[in-house]
Design a protein around this ligand. Structure first.
Ligand SMILES: Nc1ncnc2c1ncn2[C@@H]1O[C@H](COP(=O)(O)OP(=O)(O)OP(=O)(O)O)[C@@H](O)[C@H]1O
Length: 270
């Protein structure tokens, strides 16, 4: 396992780290009723980089991800406390519109979830409700560009009026990525985006994530150590609601300092 991850790291082109902070959380806690799921998370997410959240099942990765665009607000039992900043601005500021926030910080889920509408409508819906296009031509342009950026255009350009749900799983996930891109997000949150995909579709989505980081800040929850090593520049290891360790992905996998990270990467638990 470790040799494979090391080989993956060696294959990666070396990247100059960008240390512009896009999002920052301070002392973030989440309770579901009486149960505390996050115990005070301090983490910085860097602009135009991929941050991977790893850790054993139930450690709070998805809960943390949902903090970043206030998706926990949609769960009645969830109570979030602490500070969450986007470009230095508190995302709970009363002046900040939550619908606007979720356009700036988009989300792609584990299971591809296209709307039961045409491929075109799936992508056009967001720009329409956010009033991003003044004319039909502009809307058309956004749909085409988003599908291209999601690496799906060539496969669907002749059937844009067919249902999104008729695509393969991997295509559906790229359609969901196109839908997220269509509203010009700054950050894209991905919750195990490849877990329902086969290895070939997974490789396509991973390549896409690598390209997307040129324009977007990405935070991805993954159970796959290989995937974290392949796609991310920063890795955050969660354990029982704590942030066990965070650092440069290469450093985390080659020389983790926390025993919990070592054990997890070596496959001793989780
Ligand atoms: N809607 C909810 N209501 C109550 N408890 C929840 C809810 N969502 C998550 N939890 C609890 O919070 C803790 C963290 O869950 P979370 O889903 O964030 O972990 P995770 O690391 O993403 O897990 P997995 O890798 O299995 O998806 C778990 O104990 C879980 O049972």
């Amino acid at each position: 396992m470790m040799e494979n991850i090391q080989a993956t790291l060696n294959e990666r082109a070396s990247v100059t780290p960008n240390r512009t902070i896009k999002m920052k959380t301070e002392k973030v806690t989440v309770h579901y009723g009486q149960k505390q799921a996050l115990n005070g998370i301090d983490l910085e997410v860097y602009e135009r980089q991929v941050t991977a959240l790893i850790g054993p099942s139930g450690c709070g990765k998805s809960t943390y991800l949902r903090c970043l665009n206030r998706m926990n607000d949609t769960i009645d039992a969830a109570k979030v406390a602490g500070t969450i900043l986007l470009d230095g601005e508190n995302i709970y500021d009363p002046d900040l519109d939550v619908v606007e926030l979720r356009a700036r910080v988009g989300m792609v889920f584990q299971k591809p979830n296209p709307f039961p509408k045409s491929i075109w409508e799936n992508v056009a819906y967001g720009p329409k409700i956010h009033g991003l296009a003044k004319t039909k031509d502009e809307l058309e342009e956004i749909v085409h560009t988003s599908l291209k950026k999601a690496g799906l255009y060539n496969e669907v350009k002749d059937r844009l009026d067919e249902p999104g749900t008729g695509l393969s799983g991997g295509q559906q996930q790229r359609l969901c990525i196109a839908r997220a891109i269509a509203v010009s997000p700054e950050v894209i949150l991905m919750d195990e985006p490849c877990s329902a995909l086969d290895p070939i579709a997974t490789a396509t989505v991973e390549e896409l994530i690598d390209e997307l980081k040129q324009n977007y800040t990405i935070v991805i929850v993954t159970h796959s150590m290989q995937q974290a090593a392949r796609v991310s520049q920063q890795t955050a290891m969660f354990h029982l609601g704590d942030l066990a360790e965070v650092g440069d992905t290469e450093m985390m996998f080659s020389n983790p300092s926390d025993k919990r990270t070592q054990d997890y990467i070596m496959g001793r638990f989780g």
